[in-house]
Design a protein around this ligand. Structure first.
Ligand code: FBP
Length: 559
């Protein structure tokens, strides 16, 4: 029996490239601080809530300068939220930087996400452990979780754990919600003069933790390439058998970046974008009409097959659904502790809910298939988000499109056939072996997180910029977390959270889809990207996503 595959073995030996300023080692970087910053929205509230970390300047590292190796320092690291390819490399970068600064430094990994630091569950990460996880996918080195850190009690417990381990800094690797945790923790640690700093690293396959300072969250590159490979394979199958319409839902809780990137990589017949649906105020019925028109037109031309990409977050962008979901969120937050509701049968729950919704939302709720109703009432995650990965939008659309096509058939507008296949791609890509881009980017993010810690900063997100250029030209630094914050309603209350980046409908990425999708709908322009390549010519192995290339350079590099 083999213990690991030949590719796994080769990847363990891959040496990730470091951002230029960090490449000469952790003891050769110089910190420059820029101007003071402000929050992206709701400035006054955010400043009040984070008076100790608010408004800090942007940080940038250059080569050569202060010696960052000093007193032994222990660091705690947390993987938080959904898995994203490259998480292990962030830890590897942090580990290597910390050990090269001082071999007595220790890295503790908190187990199972943020709850690990509260409950004091941890392991010391040694070279022996670390070397088994370099360049691998997954978060299994220490596990992950979605616990929200926000109470005084949690912070006090975390402090005791850190003091016992002599931890001087905590690195939280997570998405918008997890880095909101990081900011709350940083504020509390500073306010209480604990001497413990907190640094975040931008993770999420969803690609929505980005802004003027953060070009991309890690994991988006590998996950979208994995989905694009699978979509390409299905396109080949559809084009061979010519008998199925494949409705493919793609992960990405809210923003449609994953769906948009996958569409540009594969050129399917239909691509829905949540942000566009919202901007055009399209109803569910209008979306169904749009899809049915394309399916009918293709069917009438003898093409009873095709590919439709559906973003996971679509449901929350459809105006009438958005209103209904917002009411459901408030209602469910109130009903959480209501014993009568908790003990009611599913049917009784629907009645209670319908009686409390306004008439339009009640009508919409009642019109939904039973499984979608049940999925909409499922528990929210600890951050108050609807669990969109559990809502089968692809099946809802298939059912509604089928009804519409039946009507069109009766009216003589559709002469073809409609046979469907439903897919949901999410978990297939979240733990894939990181692409070279993600392996390098993550290693740099982790290495850089240590440079931020050693520079005495807290409440910052590790940032690596200029990522469409070769790694030697990447720019390392840090962005104050409060700069990305705004106030949002969660669990029925206004809370400070990092603002999600949605698809920019005026940006070059969406425009690339808009300019082509009519052609892609009727002609079969499918592209088959194939599997991620780790070894071989640079133009095959080291290219980044089309989203990043279009956003950063407004042109496609290496394509
Ligand atoms: P993060 O925002 O934590 O990175 O998670 C992203 C994600 O993969 C979403 O795309 C998806 O909706 C969600 O996690 C599913 O999470 P879970 O597997 O915990 O239900």
């Amino acid at each position: 029996m083999r213990e690991i595959s030949p590719l796994q073995k080769e990847r363990l030996n891959y040496k990730p490239k470091l951002a230029g300023a960090l490449a000469d080692g952790i003891n050769n970087v110089k910190l420059t601080l820029g101007e003071k910053t402000t929050a992206v929205c709701d400035k006054e509230e955010i400043e009040k809530l984070f008076s100790h970390v608010y408004g800090k300047p942007i940080a940038k590292f250059d080569k050569v300068g202060i010696d960052l190796s000093n007193e032994p320092k222990n660091i705690g690291v947390i993987l938080s939220g959904g898995q994203a390819p490259g998480g292990h490399n962030v830890i590897a970068g942090l580990f290597d930087a910390l050990k090269s600064a001082n071999s007595e430094n220790k890295l503790y990994g908190f187990l199972g996400g943020p709850s690990g630091i509260v409950d004091g569950k941890y392991i010391e990460l040694t070279s022996e452990i670390m070397d088994k996880y370099r360049n691998t996918g997954g978060f299994d080195i220490i596990g992950s979780g979605r616990t929200k850190l926000e109470t005084e009690e949690q912070f006090k417990k975390a402090l005791v754990v850190c003091k016992n381990l002599n931890i001087g800094a905590i690195v939280i690797i997570g998405g918008d919600d997890s880095n909101t945790n990081a900011c709350l923790l940083a504020e509390w640690m500073l306010q209480n003069n604990t001497g413990i700093s907190v640094i975040g690293c931008p993770k999420t396959i969803d690609g929505d933790l980005k802004n003027d300072q953060i070009e991309i969250s890690f994991g988006f590159d590998t996950a979208t390439k994995t989905y694009a490979e699978l979509i390409g394979n299905i396109q080949r199958d559809a084009n061979s058998a010519k008998k199925y319409w494949h409705f493919i839902k793609l992960m990405g809780r809210s923003a449609s970046h994953v769906c948009l990137e996958a569409a540009l990589q594969t050129q399917p017949n239909i691509t829905l974008i949540g942000e566009e649906v919202e901007a055009k105020k399209q109803s569910l019925g209008e979306i169904v009409d749009y899809m049915a028109q394309i399916i009918a037109k293709r069917g009438n031309n003898g093409k009873n097959f095709g590919i439709a990409l559906i973003p996971e977050g679509l449901i929350e962008f459809i105006p009438e659904m958005k209103v209904m979901i917002a009411s459901l969120n408030d209602l469910l937050a109130g009903l959480e502790k209501n014993e009568a509701y908790k003990n009611a049968s599913q049917e009784e729950k629907y009645q209670i809910i319908t009686s409390k919704l306004d008439s339009q939302s009640a009508k919409l709720f009642n019109s939904l298939p039973i499984q979608i109703k049940a999925q909409l009432l499922m528990d929210r995650d600890p951050h108050g988000n609807v669990q969109v990965s559990k809502i089968e939008t692809e099946k809802l659309l298939i059912e509604m499109v089928r009804k519409k096509l039946d009507e069109m058939k009766k009216e003589g507008k559709f002469q073809g056939k409609f046979s469907d296949q439903a897919h949901f791609f999410g978990y297939e890509g979240r733990c894939a072996m990181p692409s070279n881009f993600d392996a390098d980017y993550c290693y740099s993010l982790g290495y850089n997180a240590f440079a931020l810690v050693q520079s005495g900063l807290s409440g910052y997100l590790s940032s690596i910029k200029n990522t469409t250029k070769p790694a030697s030209k990447w720019v390392a630094g840090g962005v104050p977390l409060t700069m990305m914050m705004n106030m949002e309603k969660r669990h029925g209350e206004m809370k400070p959270v990092i603002k999600k980046a949605l698809v920019d409908l005026n940006g070059p990425v969406f425009r690339a889809l808009e300019q082509n999708r009519e052609k892609w709908a009727m002609n079969d322009c499918y592209i088959f990207p194939g599997a991620i390549q780790y070894f071989g010519p640079s133009e095959v192995c080291d290219n980044t996503t089309l989203t990043l290339q279009l956003e950063q350079e407004n042109k496609l590099v290496n394509v």
